[in-house]
Write a protein that binds this ligand. Structure first.
Ligand SMILES: C[S@@+](CC[C@H](N)C(=O)[O-])C[C@H]1O[C@@H](n2cnc3c(N)ncnc32)[C@H](O)[C@@H]1O
Length: 212
């Protein structure tokens, strides 16, 4: 998903260093000082416009949340939501998820969310998928020993690929849902922007939970 450039996004991010971290490597191993507590930290990679991570932070004040996103415009849109709420347990990072091991210390993270990640359907694009083995290696490094990954998508091909990739990596599955919204799991589900869009079209939503 490429968003059209918004000239206000970069200045807005620069004006709000309390909410957006532009140099996450400087906080490696020190994220608890940023949140000023020792609560567990959960990261969404590719948060897009931020609806999910803002809702999660609102719903669970006893947990810390970080929304990480590559596109400056998307971070700007998510920041607008955070500026309305000013949630102390939410930070945003404008960076590439491929650098996760540079932003977080071993075991610093309690959970990772991958929501409606770009499918990169062509074979030559496999390495860009957020469930490709090089990404899984980094997730393994930064997650604590009880750490989990939750992955949701509307894309059956990416879901099938991710099951195989995670299985080949030796991950264990705690749950797999082929139609999340028709299952009891839907009760606690927090929707993302993409999730709402696709489920309104009648598409089933796939979900898995897994750990290393
Ligand atoms: C299809 S959108 C989904 C957005 C949101 N999670 C949702 O469900 O509404 C995927 C998002 O992931 C971001 N993204 C893709 N690859 C990324 C990476 N390597 N690091 C950080 N963000 C990434 C894209 O810029 C895009 O905003």
């Amino acid at each position: 998903m490429r968003l059209r450039n918004k000239p206000w996004a970069k200045p807005l991010i620069e004006e709000n260093p309390d909410f957006v971290v532009t140099e996450p490597t400087k906080l490696k191993g020190k994220w608890h000082t940023r949140f000023q507590n020792n609560n567990p930290i959960f990261v969404e990679i590719g948060m897009g416009k931020g609806r999910f991570i803002v809702e999660m932070a609102k719903k669970n004040p006893e947990k810390n949340y970080i929304g990480l996103e590559l596109q400056t415009v998307a971070v700007g849109i998510a920041l607008k939501k955070q500026l309305e709420e000013k949630l102390p347990n939410l930070q945003l990072i404008c960076a590439n998820g491929s650098g996760l091991g540079e932003y977080f210390e071993k075991g610093e993270i309690a959970g990772i969310y991958l929501n409606f990640s770009d499918p990169w359907p062509k074979k030559r694009q496999t390495k860009r998928r957020l469930t490709y083995k090089t990404f899984l290696e980094q997730y393994k490094e930064v997650l604590d020993s009880d750490g989990h990954i939750e992955f949701k998508t509307d894309n059956q091909g990416l879901f099938e690929y991710s099951l195989v990739s995670m299985n080949n990596f030796g991950m264990k599955f705690d749950g797999v849902w082929l139609d999340l919204h028709s299952s009891p799991e839907a009760e606690d589900n927090v929707m993302t922007e993409y999730e709402e869009k696709f489920s309104k079209k009648g598409q089933p939503i796939f979900k898995l939970e897994a750990h290393f």
